[in-house]
Write a protein that binds this ligand. Structure first.
Ligand code: GLY
Length: 340
């Protein structure tokens, strides 16, 4: 698994290979707000090549990937080279993908600058690219060497991005830690998304799960709570040009996964649903149900015409591999005048 270090620890590790070629992948946000901070703290990266990609999920493509590997090849990067991601989940996913494939694998170093990337995208080794609007269709599980957590990067993060990460944090608590969830909902999503203690607790929960099931064959699937519907909504949003972040889609997905969680006590359901509906836009009327199920049918986790859900037994306890039929889904989503 990856090691979790400070920027100072990263500097020491990179200094051990002074002759390795180094590149830092940024997007325009991290180029403007984070790169100078990184370079002021990590002198081992002073000579690194800087590769800038576009901001946002629509750039998590084969084309972006090709532009990076062509540049690495042009500059003579070999299999001992080192690739650093400075950014959110799109940057860490692309760097992970490049690191898994270029020269059959080079070392990667993740410096997540968003809450979401700190608690989820940068850790656990999963990386992916989208095909068209469909999320995460090709990818690898390959661990970065080091993930650096420096919450000072969150100081320049917009409130909406903190909320975005807070959803993955709430998800983590909902599947595994009841006390943490109750503690979190004493706060607004923005406060959750900038709280270092909550961030570190969520990272630990995720790492404990990944350690037991790195290749997503069993309990790691719990981390997909809220994502079965959430990914489909996110894909439709990319297609329709609706401005929606991953966490905002997962918040909707969690709401409906809770509806489907038939064993969960109603009072607990109501607590979670109240918090989500008070803080996130969960209206579904702008989505076409057929589109939604088309995207859900493309989900890697579904089989035999049934959807594969993670459901909650109670707050802090989840079960993976729960089959849900199209009819059940239709009932829960309650779409008017639309066929599944
Ligand atoms: N984001 C889910 C996982 O890493 O398994």
């Amino acid at each position: 698994m990856e090691r979790i270090l400070t920027l100072k620890g990263l500097n020491n590790a990179l200094r051990k290979k002074p002759n390795a070629k180094k590149a830092i992948v940024v997007d325009s946000n991290t180029y403007n707000y984070c790169l100078s901070v990184l370079l002021s703290k990590v002198d081992a990266l002073h000579e690194a090549m800087i590769l800038e990609i576009g901001v946002g999920e629509k750039n998590k493509t084969i084309d972006t990937y090709m532009s990076i590997v062509k540049e690495l090849a042009k500059e003579g990067f070999d299999r001992h080279s080192q690739l650093v991601a400075l950014g959110g989940g799109v940057v860490t996913d692309i760097v992970g993908f490049v690191g898994s494939s270029y020269k059959r694998g080079i070392d990667t170093y993740m410096i997540p600058t968003t809450t979401l990337a700190m608690v989820d995208a940068s850790i656990g080794g999963k990386n992916a690219l989208n095909i068209g609007e469909t999320k995460n269709q090709i990818g690898f599980v390959r661990f970065p060497k080091i993930v650096c957590i420096d919450t000072s990067f969150l100081e320049t993060l917009p409130a909406r991005q903190k909320q975005n990460g807070a959803v993955e944090m709430m998800k983590t608590a909902l599947i595994a830690d009841r006390a943490l969830f109750y503690e979190m909902i004493e706060h607004s999503p923005v406060e959750i998304g900038e709280n270092e203690s909550f961030i570190r607790q969520c990272m630990k929960i995720k790492r404990d799960i990944v350690r037991l099931d790195p290749f997503d064959l069993s309990m790691r699937q719990k981390l997909n709570f809220g994502h079965t519907i959430g990914h489909a909504i996110e894909s439709i949003s990319i297609k329709q040009g609706i401005d929606m972040l991953h966490g905002e889609a997962v918040a909707i997905g969690m709401l409906y996964a809770i509806e489907l969680s038939k064993d969960m006590p109603v009072d607990q359901k109501n607590i979670v649903k109240k918090y989500i509906t008070e803080h996130f836009d969960t209206a579904l009327d702008k989505y076409d149900m057929n589109e939604l199920t088309n995207y859900m049918n493309a989900d890697k986790k579904n089989s035999c015409g049934k959807y594969n859900f993670v459901l909650l037994k109670e707050i802090g306890e989840s079960i993976y591999g729960q089959e849900v039929s199209k009819e059940q889904l239709k009932r829960i989503l309650n779409f008017k005048n639309q066929e599944v």
